[in-house]
Design a protein around this ligand. Structure first.
Ligand SMILES: *Cc1c(COP(=O)(O)O)cnc(C)c1O
Length: 399
């Protein structure tokens, strides 16, 4: 039977056994007591499973993690206070001084900066490649390559990674394939396509409310255990754990994610078609004319659509800024970074979320300075929204 992330998440629903509550009580404890000193020691030595201290595990985070692991089809998961907390913990767990990582050059700006400026201070070698060029990825492999890193749909160019092929290259190299699936939860199931570890910024679509930052790491039980090993686990020792209050609210939002993803996709697809009809250069992998279309189709769980992200090109920063200002005034959405919110958000990527990426690299990526990236909201009447966008385009002289 075909893997269905939404049904898998729903199958993790269960009543709280202690209270019969439909939602689980929030664990309000940072530390947990033991009956005897021997019990505590056994827990420290990994001979006994118990809650010990909330930076390691707490009951609320564990419930959320069971649902996230079900969504990805992994054995386990662990949640952090931000997406960067998840990404940095994962990479620092897999890499040590002298190791090598191959990464897509078109990653989230924070990830790019971490790999460009931070890990290199500690003797970790990094190769930035065009992740669509599989020969370039192969050519970058070295004897010390431990990780290949990419995003299923890259930010902000919406380039699609070929996960099955990257997985083959990683396996042949004895490396782990780590995939950031932040833009496309449920649309892609990277583990099923051959990835080893999936990371998320749950700040975006998964939580969908823009009320908190949060991150997730989904992988094998062994990997998650290694991350929170009391003696040398990166997540345990750097301490980016998610607060249980937030874990509880994110968990409830996870159960509506499938409906939200379908509506984000539907609205984004509609706008992409209208932009195309009006000769505005638009990047949306859902369009049959898009060069990423077939690759996306061959890997996706089709019922969730092609995602809520689109990018249009208005050539100059001045055009982009004027356009975004008018759109915000007329209520299309907010001129803000981030994505996956119920209201449309837009930003000019080059000067904002990808500002960590040097301009010459932005050029190499094909990023125009007038790029406006939309995270399309959950508008009930997207035609009404389009009519306002059209007015804004007319005002800046684009149609
Ligand atoms: C936002 C984002 C991150 C970072 O997540 P935070 O929750 O802001 O720390 C990582 N990857 C992608 C693709 C993102 O969009």
């Amino acid at each position: 039977m075909k893997f269905d992330p939404a049904s898998s998440v729903q199958d993790t629903l269960h009543l709280d056994p202690a209270t019969m509550g439909v939602n689980h009580p929030i664990s309000d404890s940072a530390t947990f007591a033991f009956d005897t000193g021997d019990d505590m020691l056994a827990c420290f030595h990994g001979e006994k499973q118990a809650f010990l201290y909330a930076r390691h595990w707490n009951p609320t985070n564990l419930e959320l993690c069971k649902s996230l692991a079900a969504m990805e089809g992994t054995e386990a998961a662990w949640v952090s206070g931000s997406g960067m907390g998840a990404i940095t913990s994962t990479l620092l767990q897999l890499l040590k001084s002298g190791d090598h990582i191959i990464t897509s050059v078109t990653t989230y700006g924070g990830t790019y900066a971490f790999l460009k400026n931070w890990v290199t201070k500690y003797g970790i070698e990094v190769s930035f490649v065009n992740i669509s060029d599989l020969d370039a990825v192969k050519a970058a492999v070295k004897p010390n390559t431990k990780v290949i890193y990419t995003e299923t749909m890259t930010n902000p160019m919406l380039q699609i990674s070929n996960i099955p092929e990257l997985s083959k290259i990683a396996k042949a190299a004895g490396a782990q394939l780590v995939v950031d699936n932040t833009f496309t939860p449920m649309i892609f199931s990277p583990i099923k396509l051959g990835a080893d570890i999936v990371v998320y910024s749950m700040t975006k679509f998964i939580n969908g409310q823009n009320d908190t930052t949060a991150g997730a790491i989904c992988g094998s039980q062994d990997f998650i255990n290694s991350l929170i090993d009391l003696n040398d686990g990166t997540a345990m020792l750097l301490g980016p754990v998610l607060d249980p209050m937030r874990a509880s609210s994110i968990h409830k939002n996870l159960f509506t994610l499938h409906i939200r993803m379908k509506q984000h996709s539907k609205n984004a697809h509609y706008l992409a078609e209208r932009f195309t009809e009006n000769n505005i250069p638009v990047n949306y992998p859902g369009l049959e004319t898009n060069k990423q279309h077939q690759l996306m189709k061959s890997q996706m769980n089709e019922e969730y659509g092609f995602g809520g992200m689109i990018a249009i090109d208005l050539k100059t920063v001045e055009n982009a800024n004027k356009f975004m200002h008018i759109m915000q005034e007329r209520g299309v959405g907010y001129l803000a970074v981030s994505l996956g919110y119920f209201k449309t958000l837009f930003s000019n990527s080059g000067k904002s979320t990808s500002s960590e990426v040097p301009e010459d690299v932005q050029h190499e990526m094909g990023m125009s300075e007038g790029l406006v990236r939309y995270s399309v909201g959950l508008d009930n009447d997207i035609e009404r929204t389009w009519n306002i966008i059209k007015e804004c385009l007319t005002e800046i002289g684009f149609i």
